[in-house]
Design a protein around this ligand. Structure first.
Ligand code: KIV
Length: 312
């Protein structure tokens, strides 16, 4: 068996990225770069488990980020800092099993790349080797680490602007790059990451004008969240767009569904049905065949109930 899969009509080129053609052509980092060149918007969402990743992938979203936001929206932590490499690997594996088309990006959690470059590289390798990630995302302008990951054949997604792992340094979740000095720095950081080999950059929580300027001047795609409509693509946290966060939404979040109300109503309906013995119905029950019922009944003097059968 060959490990090299050359493009053919059965396995078309990854550059076949028509947004109306949501065939199973696998999305890759070079394919996303080509989308930028062609001016095609890139859709991205976070996902953390098998079921929602299948829905996101089958809906044709281009990139799925197993975000460390799972610390908050899935595990109930106050911020993203507590989630571990092993927890992120566990969720990345579940997502990987579900996804056939989208690019699967794993977020490197806080502490997993903040020491030496060698340690960051070793942790990134785990995401690729043990969980099937196709790229890793790291926060901040870590140029040396991006160079090392790129040299090790691991595609990198950078993340600049409001970087949630820096919550304590920033003094909260605040919009970044609002002054001339910080805008210049952000732009320089974005270019340094691109030159170091990053394949994409997430721009979070920055003014629209700054994101537009960076997007226009960078050779690689930008994916915005709270960065306005001029980025090459957009990403939202799945639980934000579905109203599953139990908290007021940030300004940039659009609620596309109210899963909270939908699920709450269904759960209450189920509880009431159980309490009123309306679930399960006879149609939702298994039954003995007539022959077995007769056999069981003739073996006993009186017809026996199902409960008695269980005791026998
Ligand atoms: O963890 C996450 O969900 C993210 C997105 C906000 C980009 O990093």
């Amino acid at each position: 068996m060959s490990i090299t899969n050359f493009p053919s009509s059965a396995n078309p080129s990854p550059l076949n990225t028509s947004t109306t053609d949501k065939s199973l052509t696998k999305v890759t980092v070079p394919a996303l770069a080509e989308m930028k060149r062609q001016g095609k918007p890139i859709s991205a969402l976070t996902a953390y488990d098998y079921a929602t990743s299948r829905l996101v992938d089958e809906a044709g979203v281009d990139l799925i980020l197993v975000g460390d936001s799972l610390a908050m929206v899935v595990l109930g932590h106050e911020n993203t800092l507590a989630v571990t490499v092993d927890e992120m690997l566990h969720h990345t594996r579940a997502v990987r099993r579900a996804v056939r088309r989208a690019l699967v990006v794993a977020d490197m959690p806080f502490g997993s790349y903040h020491g030496s470059v060698a340690e960051g590289l070793a942790n990134a390798v785990r995401f690729v080797k043990e969980a099937g990630a196709e790229a890793v995302k790291i926060e901040g302008p870590r140029v040396e680490l991006v160079q090392a990951l790129t040299a090790a054949e691991i595609p990198v997604v950078g993340h600049l602007g409001l970087t949630p792992q820096s919550v304590h340094r920033m003094g909260g979740y605040r919009v970044q790059a609002r002054t001339a000095e910080t805008i210049v720095q952000l732009k320089a950081d974005a270019h340094a990451l691109a030159e170091a080999g990053a394949g994409l950059i997430v721009l979070e929580g920055i003014p629209r004008e700054v994101a537009a300027e960076i997007t226009g001047s960078l050779p690689i795609p930008t994916i915005g969240i709270g960065a306005g409509p001029d980025c090459d693509g957009q990403i939202l946290v799945f639980h934000d767009m579905m109203n599953l966060t139990f908290a007021p939404a940030a300004k940039f979040v659009r609620r596309y569904a109210d899963a909270s109300s939908l699920l709450r109503a269904a759960i209450e309906h189920y509880r009431e049905a159980v309490e009123h013995r309306a679930f399960p119905s006879d149609e939702e029950s298994y039954h003995l065949s007539e022959a077995v019922r007769k056999e069981v009944n003739t073996a006993h003097e009186a017809p026996i109930s199902i409960q008695a059968l269980h005791k026998a």
